[in-house]
Each structure stands twice: as C-alpha cells, then as structure tokens.
Design a binder for this molecule. Structure first.
Ligand SMILES: *Cc1c(COP(=O)(O)O)cnc(C)c1O
Length: 326
C-alpha cells in the first residue's frame, strides 16, 4: 500500500488563504424559533450561498490553485453529475484552465447545461455499462489531464474544511457540530478545523438512512461499500468513504447519525418557511439530525453546516407540496 500523507489543520489554514479572493465568506444565520425550540444556541453556516451553490467550490478551487503551469495548460478532468462538476467547471473557468467533466448520459439536462455554461467540456458515459473512474483515468492519461476526485483528495479535503473554520472564527468554540456526509470530504475537512479551533466540540457526520455506509464503516473500523442508496439526498448517494477521508473521520468524529427522507423534507420545509432559504435535500442532513436529538443539545452551542442549495425548482416545489418521488 502506498503511504498517504493525511491533510492537517495547517492545510486547512493554507487553503483558506489561497481561496480567500475567490470563495464567498458565507453568512452564519440564526433562528429564534430554532433556539427556542432547542433551548440552545444554533448557528447555521450557509454554504447554499457559496459560489455555484455549494461548499464544493472551496475544495475545487484549492486544488486547482495548486496546479503547476503544465497542469494548467493541459487541463483538469472530474467525474460527477452534481455539485463537484459545477465546482470544478467554475474554478477552472476562473483560472482559465480547460475542464472536462464526465457525466452520465442520463444526467439532468439542467446540470449538463450549468456545467457547459461554466465553459466545461462534457463527456458522457453509460452508467449501467461503463465505469466512470476508468474513463476518467484513461482520458487523464491520454490527454495529460489532472483528475480531481470529489472527496478523496488532500487538497479537496483541506478546501472543504475552510467553511467550518470560518464558522468557528465567527461564533467562537462550539459544543457540537453537525455535518452532511457523502464521501466525507466536508466532514473530514470540518473535523480538522474543529479539532484545532474548538477541541472540545463533538463532531457528528450525518447520512441518509438508506445509505449508512459511513456509520457502518465507523462501527466496523473499515471502509464498508454499499449499493447506490435510494434517497432524495442526491449529494450523499456515495457508496463508500475514501482512503483519506475515513482515517480522519475515524480519529475525530464522535458518531455518524442517519436521518430519513421524511426528516429531510421536514427540515427543507422549515428552512423555506421560517428562514426563507432554499436548501437542497442533502444540505438538510445536519439540521435534520440535530433536530431529532435536540433534547441532548439543551444549553449548548451548536453548529450546523448547510452544505448546498442546488435543487431543480420543480422538484423542490413537489417536495414542499408533500409529493413523494417514485
Ligand atoms: C457533495 C455534497 C455533500 C457530501 O460531501 P462529501 O464531501 O462527499 O461528504 C453534501 N452536501 C452537498 C450539497 C454536496 O454537494
């Protein structure tokens, strides 16, 4: 096995400086209703207001800013049908780096259009018969492109950690921090920041109930692989944690919690109705979990990362109307 140098807090701090001129310092919001309901101080870090609508811009920008001149000239490749694709496409555009994004043939037209809108070249594959990672590696090799994965990469992890760093800088040390969990880039980066800036903070990762591979991994001590889970939290439909993200999570995270799709819709409805915010299903994971255990948070200072706000507006309207997806 190859040696992996795990990122640390110094990498998060360096990433914060590196991306400061490009990423938004997103607002931290509070709700009197939530504070009264919890009997606690709850601080929401609103990455739904980040550029391209999710925290993923932080990691992508941090990685692309470290390209050598040769890498910049050749270009970047990423595989994703979601926020990572748009993050890499936007970061590449800002740095005038050619971007190739590998997306499934049946990716939503709006996402393909958004990626192309940022100037990215879209290469499609058949998700039932082809392996996107292999396509990515082949393209990278043939054209000399640098592959930036969505979560299992030290520079991506360090970039994602800058959101929690800002949150704690803005509101001070926390007792608990709830973070949405897919492949663990956001959670491991947040944990690096929180461990350093707020050492007594209990850090929780939150997954959809249907895709609790992270919880299984933490409990069994090894990376558990699952089938693509069926959940409305499309940003957390990952099948496994990463070789960088898992060891960090293992050493820093208190527990991994799960929430149901119904709890996500209830949280999404609350954000819309009471806080006037559009939050995508995956972005609701942290708050949904905090809400379910609010009695244990009484009197505490709690951070919740809202990870993104990209959701097809018609789909969003159907969720709020109480319609379920088939
Ligand atoms: C990617 C994503 C996640 C999950 O992030 P990981 O780093 O894969 O754990 C959560 N929320 C949103 C909105 C995302 O785009």
């Amino acid at each position: 096995m190859t040696e992996r140098k795990l990122p640390d807090y110094g990498d998060v701090a360096a990433a914060a400086e590196r991306i400061a001129n490009y990423a938004h310092r997103t607002p931290v919001m509070t709700s009197r209703t939530v504070n009264a309901d919890f009997g606690a101080e709850v601080y929401f870090k609103c990455e739904n207001f980040q550029r391209m609508g999710a925290f993923k811009f932080r990691g992508a920008m941090n990685a692309l800013l470290q390209f050598t001149p040769e890498q910049r000239a050749a270009g970047v490749v990423a595989f994703s049908s979601g926020n990572h694709a748009q993050a890499v496409a936007l970061a590449a555009k800002l740095l005038s780096i050619p971007a190739t994004i590998i997306m499934p043939l049946d990716a939503p037209a709006a996402k393909v259009a958004a990626t192309k809108g940022y100037g990215g070249r879209v290469v499609t594959y058949d998700r039932y018969t082809e392996d996107r990672e292999q396509i990515g590696r082949e393209l990278a090799q043939k054209e000399g492109l640098t592959l930036i994965p969505p979560y299992d990469h030290p520079q991506v992890i360090a970039g994602q950690g800058t959101a929690a760093k800002e949150l704690i800088e803005d509101v001070g040390p926390l007792d608990a921090l709830f973070v949405c969990l897919g492949g663990g880039g956001l959670l491991s980066g947040s944990a690096l920041a929180a461990r350093h800036l707020s050492p007594r903070c209990a850090i929780y990762g939150v997954e959809p109930e249907a895709g609790n591979d992270g919880q299984q991994s933490l409990r069994s001590g090894q990376i558990v692989h699952i089938e693509t889970p069926k959940t409305i939290a499309d940003g957390a439909q990952t099948q496994h944690l990463g070789h960088y993200t898992f060891p960090i999570i293992q050493h820093t995270v208190e527990d991994i919690l799960t929430v149901s799709d119904d709890e996500l819709i209830a949280a999404m409805t609350f954000f819309a109705e009471r806080m006037k915010m559009v939050v995508e299903p995956t972005g609701c994971l942290g708050f949904a979990a905090a809400r379910a255990r609010k009695s244990s948070l009484r009197g505490k200072k709690v951070g919740v990362i809202i990870s993104g706000g990209n959701v097809d507006i018609h789909r969003y309207a159907r969720f709020l109307a109480g319609e379920r997806e088939s």
